[in-house]
Design a protein around this ligand. Structure first.
Ligand code: C2E
Ligand code: CA
Ligand code: CA
Length: 467
């Protein structure tokens, strides 16, 4: 548009086309048009080329590289934890950081390279003549250390780092868009490897990304087609051996791959947020199942796992209430299992949520206790009821004195805090004996039964742990 306008003005300015006055007024428009043209191709904050101009430069670079049989390198640079800066220090400081980072990137590449800003904290560096792989690595290392230099903005001394993904023409793609997608994918792998590092794209990354996408698509269908099932694993009283509850564990009856355990798809469900409707579906099924059992005399509890994503939902309390109401299940039959990471730094909102859940009668268990955090102060602050001792401590409890010492310490800690204990992953009689000796309240594991569909469970209906 700006270019067409410019062409028109240039034509009109040719001798003999217009009279002098009009020519003069038109000539004054030229810088304004140039400015519009510049804005159309540059990012207003950093004045770096934008996505459109980058695409243009990539096209040129690829055409030239093709003729000269050269490589082109595309570097996808993403700042680590930039959101944190915006959130904690404000957008003005965030903008400052972006401008400074853009200057540093530009200062560390050649004038013939292109540095573009795609959005937020995402930059792309196009190297039309990178030379060998070592040349690319040298540029990446230069950028990494330039970005890592501490940055002083007003009273704030800020340390930044970046994750960088690299793709190469012609190996990783024959057009700009593919090269950009693959560099982006490689960048995600750098993030996953702990950030502040770089990764070159590899075809396996693409295969992984496709597999994830396929899982996501199929998982959406699974929800609609009721392929997601809930299995139940018994929990028993360590002294009497009576069943005191069941943990609801998710399974996916996949049309091609058969019965899948959560580790095959939970990661994708978490990332995509699908865990929210899936978790809701598990909660409703589990409450309904427990209610059915109750009608047959069962007095045990039902435990349901909650992921971080679900715990962060505003309507969790309402959903729990509704699941209990719809199933006509009293709240004290439901146990929600949360991981330690959710409790270590509870916000005001999550603390209120825990108390609201407790006021429904729902109990809170800390899942995989002892596997993640050293800080225990949350035990005092959070309204929790029980600790599930993580399987690694149970595994060698019969043979390793250290594991026994840890389990014993957890039990005495729990007693002092008036919390129940449950050991999970119990597989052998020796473990049962050791855990019983230590005084663990209840046990769960293959020794007592695997997770199976409700129809395959034989219920003993005498126990009443919810009283
Ligand atoms: P978790 O909550 O720690 O669940 C215990 C896992 O250990 C289950 O694996 C269970 O089948 C397995 N297990 C039980 N007894 C034994 C044993 O004696 N030996 C061994 N080796 N393993 C045992 P599963 O069902 O594959 O679940 C894995 C994880 O997936 C669960 O770990 C939980 O974190 C998550 N998960 C399962 N269902 C749900 C769900 O409905 N929602 C959410 N958010 N997460 C779920
Ligand atoms: Ca659990
Ligand atoms: Ca667990």
């Amino acid at each position: 548009m700006a270019a067409a306008l410019k062409g028109l003005v240039v034509d009109l300015l040719k001798p003999g086309v217009l009279d002098v006055v009009l020519k003069d007024r038109l000539a004054r428009l030229v810088p304004a048009i140039a400015r519009i043209e510049h804005l159309a191709h540059h990012d207003p904050l950093t004045d770096l080329p934008n996505r459109t101009l980058l695409a243009d430069r990539m096209r040129q670079a690829i055409a030239q590289a093709q003729r000269a049989e050269r490589r082109v390198a595309v570097l996808f640079v993403d700042l680590d934890h930039f959101k944190h800066i915006n959130d904690s220090l404000g957008h003005a400081v965030g903008d400052h950081v972006l401008i400074e980072v853009s200057r540093r990137i530009v200062a560390n590449v050649r004038a013939s390279d292109t540095v573009a800003r795609l959005s937020g904290d995402e930059f792309v560096v196009l190297l039309p003549e990178p030379g060998g792989i070592e040349g690319v690595v040298r540029v990446v290392a230069g950028l990494t250390s330039a970005i890592a230099e501490p940055l002083q903005i007003d009273a704030n001394r800020i340390r930044m780092s970046a994750s960088i993904g690299v793709s190469l023409f012609p190996k990783d793609g024959s057009d700009g868009s593919t090269l950009l997608t693959n560099a982006d994918l490689a960048m995600y792998h750098a993030k996953a490897a702990g950030r502040s590092t770089y990764r070159f794209f590899s075809p396996e990354m693409d295969a992984q990304a496709r597999a994830r996408l396929r899982t996501e698509t199929e998982l959406r269908e699974a929800l609609v087609r009721s392929e997601l099932l809930v299995f139940y694993q018994p929990q028993v009283d360590s002294r009497t051996g009576q069943t005191i509850g069941h943990e609801a564990l998710l399974r996916w009856s996949h049309p091609r791959r058969g019965l899948l355990c959560p580790d095959a798809f939970l990661g994708v469900a978490e990332e995509t947020g699908l865990i929210v409707p899936i978790g809701q579906c598990v909660l409703r099924q589990a409450c309904a199942q427990c209610s059915t059992w109750r009608a047959r005399g069962y007095r045990g509890s039902i435990s349901v796992n909650l992921s971080a994503r679900q715990f962060g939902q505003d309507d969790l309390l309402d959903n729990v209430k509704k699941a209990l109401d719809d199933a006509r299940l009293p709240g004290n039959f439901l146990v929600l299992e949360l991981t330690e990471s959710l409790l270590v730094e509870p916000t005001g909102a999550s603390m209120k949520l825990l108390h609201d859940l407790r006021s429904l009668g729902v109990r809170i268990a800390v899942d995989d206790f002892g596997s993640g955090y050293s800080s225990l102060s949350y035990l005092k602050r959070c309204p929790i009821n029980s600790l599930k001792i993580a399987q690694p401590f149970v595994e060698d409890i019969g043979v390793e004195p250290e594991d026994r010492a840890i389990a014993r310490a957890i039990v005495s800690l729990a007693r002092a805090m008036h919390l129940q204990t449950l050991a999970e992953g119990v597989e052998q009689a020796g473990q049962v004996q050791a855990l019983r000796d230590i005084g663990v309240d209840s046990l769960q594991g293959y020794y007592f039964g695997r997770a199976v569909p409700a129809a395959e469970l034989r219920l003993s209906c005498e126990s009443d742990p919810a009283s």
